[in-house]
Design a protein around this ligand. Structure first.
Ligand code: GLY
Length: 372
């Protein structure tokens, strides 16, 4: 196992969601601390690591050694096939059967080790098994570190759409080791930066400026900067989740860029990465907002410049009628309107109820004018 980098201070971000408080530990080389962190946060005597076929071989031995060193009896790990196409009720059922076969009790702990799919499914298995056991999230992708491992959303997909079955189940702790990002393929890492830019637009103009001047994925990996950026993103998400765990208000702003982004993603048959689609959706909605007078032009310009600097798309070539067909299927649709998150200034966004026909007209303008 790679040693902790003593020159990079581990950051601890405390989350106080309505249903549970916990710490998110962000560091470089901190996988070896998962056991001690789980022991302090979750207690229990046995644990089981849930992971997938790509991540398990890289990190599960190290995590299990750390759990054993902290005094846990470590049950045989549960590994499912990697990929969103396996985020199903069938895989969830197999995980639940696996926990039962290993005779985990309500005092024991599930450790979800992997990217967003693993966090979603491991978290949901923990929420359901014996009506709820503690889960420690160990995200290994940038998307999972800055977004899905924090805030307690867990889910699987149905044939009718993504994340249609799930639960809010907050973890007992989160351990994010940025060194795991060094094994992530570059294009996947760049893709995830879409959500980082979104957080910066929502709450941290200084971070937006910093990312524009120095793209996150460029040159040699800088562990200290990665820890800093991940911790800032976790703090931004924490502030939102603390205020509105169950998405009845401000948490909806985390969907900035997602209405158009999800439509682009669905139109691509999910071949385009989620973060790239969010980045494109963010750019489209920023320009549309400037055109509608909901935000100043320079706000939209700053957002699009930051997206472009990361090497992410700032528009889409999906035809308007197809795009709007997918938007019309959005979960946030109400009758003939959609709840659209729009930037107001750098560091602030709001939800607007926008008639689909008006959104179509704004986006039509954008698709004509965009430099694709
Ligand atoms: N990813 C959006 C949320 O957690 O609410």
């Amino acid at each position: 196992m790679s040693e902790k980098n003593p020159e990079v201070r581990t950051r601890v971000v405390h989350v106080s969601a309505a249903s549970r408080s916990y710490d998110v530990h962000v560091g470089a080389g901190v996988l070896g601390e998962v056991g001690a962190i789980a022991r302090a946060a979750a207690g229990g005597s046995r644990c089981c690591v849930i992971t997938e076929t790509n991540v398990g071989p890289l990190y599960a031995d190290a995590v299990e050694a750390s759990l054993a060193a902290a005094g846990y009896g470590v049950a045989e790990r549960l590994t499912f096939p990697a990929g969103e196409e396996h985020k199903t009720l069938a895989t969830l059922g197999a995980l639940l059967e696996g926990l039962a076969e290993r005779e985990l009790t309500r005092d024991d702990v599930v450790v979800a080790l992997g990217g967003g799919v693993t966090g979603d499914m491991g978290g949901l298995a923990a929420a359901l098994y014996l009506r709820g056991v503690r889960v420690v999230q160990v995200p290994t992708s940038l998307l999972a570190m800055v977004d899905s491992s924090v805030g307690g959303k867990t889910a699987v997909d149905l044939a009718a759409g993504k994340n249609l079955v799930g639960a809010f189940w907050q973890p007992a702790a989160v351990v994010a080791d940025v060194r795991c990002l060094l094994t992530v393929p570059r294009d996947l890492l760049v893709d995830s930066v879409g959500e980082v830019v979104k957080h910066a637009v929502l709450a941290d103009p200084a971070l937006l400026g910093d990312l524009t001047g120095r793209p996150l994925v460029a040159g040699e990996p800088d562990e200290a900067r990665l820890v800093d950026v991940v911790a800032k993103n976790v703090s931004i998400k924490r502030d939102v989740v603390d205020a509105d765990e169950r998405e009845s208000g401000i948490r909806q702003t985390l969907n900035l860029g997602h209405t158009i982004g999800h439509a682009i993603e669905a139109a691509s048959g999910f071949a385009l990465g989620h973060g790239s689609c969010v980045a494109a959706g963010l750019s489209v909605v920023a320009r549309a907002s400037a055109r509608a007078g909901w935000c100043p032009d320079d706000v939209a310009d700053a957002i699009v410049r930051c997206v472009a600097a990361q090497g992410l798309p700032t528009g889409t070539d999906v035809p308007l009628d197809e795009l709007m067909r997918y938007v019309a299927h959005d979960k946030k649709r109400h009758d003939d309107s959609v709840n659209l998150v729009v930037p107001e200034r750098l560091g602030a966004a709001r939800v607007r109820r926008v008639p689909l026909v008006d959104l179509g007209a704004l986006v039509a303008h954008d698709l004509e004018g965009a430099d694709l």
